[in-house]
Ligand binder design. Structure first.
Ligand code: FES
Length: 89
């Protein structure tokens, strides 16, 4: 992608906004949606599970969701210790 996008091009910001990273593939939850959930009050992986469905299927998204949550909250939140039961929220 770096090779085909000129970051000095004013259109770059539009392209960057368009590209979304999926954190939870099972539920099609993007990094941006997790950040928005934190803005709206989500403070834990349980909040993300109940609000967005994070970890409600295979659970492979837990560590990435935890990383985004910590980053968005501007602090390290307690590590995930398996307290989320996988399965429907
Ligand atoms: S990737 Fe999130 S539950 Fe499967």
């Amino acid at each position: 992608m770096e090779e085909i996008i000129n970051k000095n091009d004013s259109r770059y910001n539009d392209i960057e906004a368009w590209i979304q990273m999926y954190v939870c593939v099972c539920n099609a939850v993007t990094e941006r949606e997790i950040r928005q959930a934190v803005e709206l009050g989500a403070r834990s992986l349980c909040d993300l599970k109940h609000g967005l469905g994070i970890a409600s299927n295979c659970g492979k998204c837990v560590s990435c969701a935890h990383e985004v949550l910590s980053e968005e909250m501007g602090k390290q939140i307690p590590p995930y210790h398996g307290q989320l039961a996988f399965g429907p929220a």
